[in-house]
Design a protein around this ligand. Structure first.
Ligand code: NAD
Ligand code: UDP
Length: 321
């Protein structure tokens, strides 16, 4: 049993991943005890190596598709492969992770009377017919396509969160996260920002899928994590869902050009086939986040890209030739 005076214990599932590791950093800076739970499917020890000796950090190797008993005060549920390449690698497992992971963490929250945050996604809107996307939009998702394992898995997880809230009074916080980038993205996870930066730094062709007119809105990781923490700290009951993302919207071709310029790369753009069900446009309506959390992104795309390029430059320079 923990004593009354001990610090608040926060569980971060997926804590060795891109977003999770930044969240662990932030929570430790804020004085919490942090338990990072991860099975290293897409995450990496490198992302949390600097935390392993921290007195308030603990690492548990565990798969969220199996239940786990723990004493915790708050839970951030981030465990799930997030890039199309990773989540389509084993689609059945992706759905299991989203749904069983949510179920097990909600049970843990119920038993501990812990507040629980869900990393949901803009993918619940599918290929949206409303633009920008507000939380009131129910989405346009293909239930049988190659992205469905992720989209429908996350939609089902949201259903579980809201049913635990209504049925068992669990204090939930559901955030719908839009495309986020920054240091510690996996260099091979196939996401557009990491792909383009790695290609530009290596002088390889920049692979634009389709004609590059599809749009995305890119949020820098520090801004996003600040949104997570503000959402969790709200005293008033506020289940969400709340969109978290940067409303600046760019075509994929514009992103390629920006990265070529910022890296000073001689890479040229090549066009490859557009993946099935690739959303044509995406931009968050963040009025709710502004109103409820007094939150909005502060890092401009150019600044965030510069920081991310510096990270990959360093990472690639340590690679063996
Ligand atoms: P990531 O792949 O870097 O991190 C996911 C982490 O979960 C990894 O450390 C991985 O090892 C771990 N994990 C996967 N399966 C697991 C399992 N069965 N048991 C325990 N751990 C497991 O991805 P990320 O970008 O950091 O995304 C984190 C969360 O945020 C995901 O839930 C994702 O769906 C959501 N999200 C991310 C974005 C984004 O742009 N990065 C956008 C929308 C939603
Ligand atoms: N994309 C691209 N080239 C790449 C990787 C991705 O043109 O090398 C495109 C992809 O087709 C999509 C956009 O960039 O239109 C964002 O892709 P990402 O995988 O980063 O995220 P998501 O599709 O999940 O938003």
């Amino acid at each position: 049993m923990r004593t009354y005076n001990e610090r608040r214990q926060v569980l971060v599932t997926g804590g060795a991943g891109f977003l999770g590791s930044h969240l662990c950093d932030r929570l430790l800076d804020d004085g919490y005890e942090v338990v990072c739970l991860d099975n290293f499917f897409t995450g990496s020890k490198r992302n949390i190596a600097h935390l392993l000796d921290h007195p308030r950090f603990e690492l548990i190797r565990h798969d969220v598709t199996e239940p786990r008993a723990l004493e915790v005060d708050e839970i951030y549920n981030l465990a799930c492969p997030a890039s199309p390449v990773h989540y389509q690698h084993d689609p059945v497992q992706t759905t299991r992770i989203s749904v069983l992971g949510a179920l097990h963490m909600l049970e843990l929250a119920r038993r501990n009377r812990a507040r629980i945050f869900q990393a949901s996604t803009s993918e619940v809107y599918g290929d949206p017919e409303q633009h920008p996307q507000a939380e009131s939009y129910w989405g346009h998702v293909n239930p049988i396509g190659v992205r469905s394992c992720y989209d429908e898995g996350k939609r089902c997880a949201e259903t579980l969160f809201f049913d635990y809230h209504r049925q068992h009074q669990v204090d939930i916080r559901v955030a719908r996260i839009f495309n986020t980038y920054g240091p510690r993205m996996h260099p091979k996870d196939g996401r557009v920002v990491s792909n383009f930066i790695v290609q530009a730094l290596r002088g390889e062709p920049i692979t634009v899928y389709g004609d590059g007119s599809q749009t995305r809105s890119f949020c820098y990781v520090d801004d996003l994590v600040d949104g997570f923490v503000r959402f969790m700290r709200l005293d008033a009951a506020c289940p969400g869902p709340i969109n978290l993302g940067n409303p600046g919207e760019y075509t994929v071709l514009q992103l390629a050009q920006a990265i070529i310029e910022l890296t000073g790369s001689g890479s040229r753009v090549v066009h490859e086939a557009l993946p099935q069900d690739d959303p044509t446009q995406r931009r968050p309506d963040i009025r709710l986040a502004r109103e409820k959390l007094q939150w909005q992104p502060t890092v401009a795309l150019q600044e965030g890209l510069q920081r991310t390029i510096a990270y990959f430059d360093q990472l690639l320079s340590t690679e063996k030739p």
